[in-house]
Write a protein that binds this ligand. Structure first.
Ligand code: PLP
Length: 316
């Protein structure tokens, strides 16, 4: 939504396939910067098809009140009129990304329908549209969701684009990596209060923000706990000084979990490490790639030096 001059210039120099453009000012800036470099940049217009993806409000991106994309009327104006002035652009694609964790086929059908109708009518008026980028958005199973399968999705997409002479681009994220990642958290303390039990763990909202941010559910599996136990509802919380710092609330877990036990927080492959921060001066955890019985530390654990690297004491 907000590509800077520096980012656009870097992308132009790298000769990326095309820019997905989200506003007229952005389009004009890319045109200007492409001109400076004597280049013609390929561009797709990210449309806002006004489709409700039926997902969490924060990851809904294609309703008309969202900041993303360009409404269809303005998109037509860009293709049919504005494009003539933008000599350094080849506006040759349509893009949409309607949201994330979309479990139903309906929103995709609606967006595809609107995009193809638009492409068809623009082509009839002489616009050469060669690319359709349909974004990501496929939902995954965190708990008991029953999302459309990749095969259902493929059938839907093919039914719309077959024979339309379009290069199809997909941007799946969560579907590819969501369930490939697990966050390991160690129990530091078991704290019983008159009303609740808290498992205080060494991971926190800075490592996995989805529960605090979206009220998201992540399955929690205690590791190596062979002791038989009844289940007890607990809050699994981190050490950060925010009541919003929790990984799970009222979660039924074995009532004999103790300090030192390790919990696997599942489905942590998407929007967890990528959204991690150093909030509360916490060092980010290591990332470990596991393949079969082999593993490699692909990103080492941060230390306090990492946190202050780049800081300077002013002598004024
Ligand atoms: C433009 C765009 N494409 C693709 C994705 C990936 O979405 P998902 O992980 O839901 O597949 C995102 C996620 O934010 C996005 O903003």
């Amino acid at each position: 939504v907000g590509k800077t001059q520096e980012e656009i210039t870097a992308a132009l120099k790298a000769r990326i396939l095309f820019f997905n453009v989200e506003s007229i000012p952005e389009l004009k800036l890319i045109n200007k910067l492409a001109g400076k470099l004597n280049l013609k940049a390929q561009v797709a217009i990210r449309i806002n098809p006004n489709v409700d993806a039926d997902t969490h409000d924060y990851i809904t991106t294609a309703k008309k009140q969202n900041k993303f994309g360009i409404d269809l009327k303005t998109t037509r104006h860009i293709f049919l009129n504005l494009s003539k002035e933008l000599k350094n652009l080849d506006i040759c694609g349509v893009h949409f990304h309607i949201g994330s964790q979309i479990e139903q086929v309906r929103p995709f059908r609606q967006a595809l329908g609107k995009a193809l109708e638009l492409i068809e009518s623009l082509r009839q008026k002489g616009c050469a549209i060669t690319h359709l980028n349909i974004g990501g958005g496929l939902g995954i199973i965190y708990k008991k969701e029953k999302p459309q399968t990749a095969a259902d999705y493929a059938r839907t997409v093919i039914s719309f684009v077959r024979g339309k002479k379009l290069n199809l681009i997909l941007e799946p994220g969560r579907f590819v990596v969501g369930n490939a990642g697990v966050l390991l958290a160690k129990v530091i303390y078991v704290k019983n209060t008159p009303v609740k039990r808290f498992l205080i763990v060494d991971a926190a909202m800075n490592d996995i923000i989805r529960p605090s941010f979206y009220g998201a559910y992540h399955e929690i599996i205690p590791l190596n706990v062979k002791r038989k136990a009844k289940l007890k509802k607990v809050d699994v919380v981190g050490p950060v000084c925010e009541s919003g710092d929790f990984i799970a609330k009222n979660r039924a877990l074995p009532d004999n979990l103790k300090e030192g036990d390790v919990l696997a927080v599942m489905s942590a492959g998407a929007y967890c490490f990528g959204m991690a921060s150093n909030y509360n001066s916490r060092c980010r955890p290591a990332e470990v790639l596991v393949k079969g019985r082999k593993f490699t530390v692909i990103n080492r654990r941060q230390n306090y030096r990492d946190l202050i690297r780049g800081e300077k004491i002013s002598n004024r």
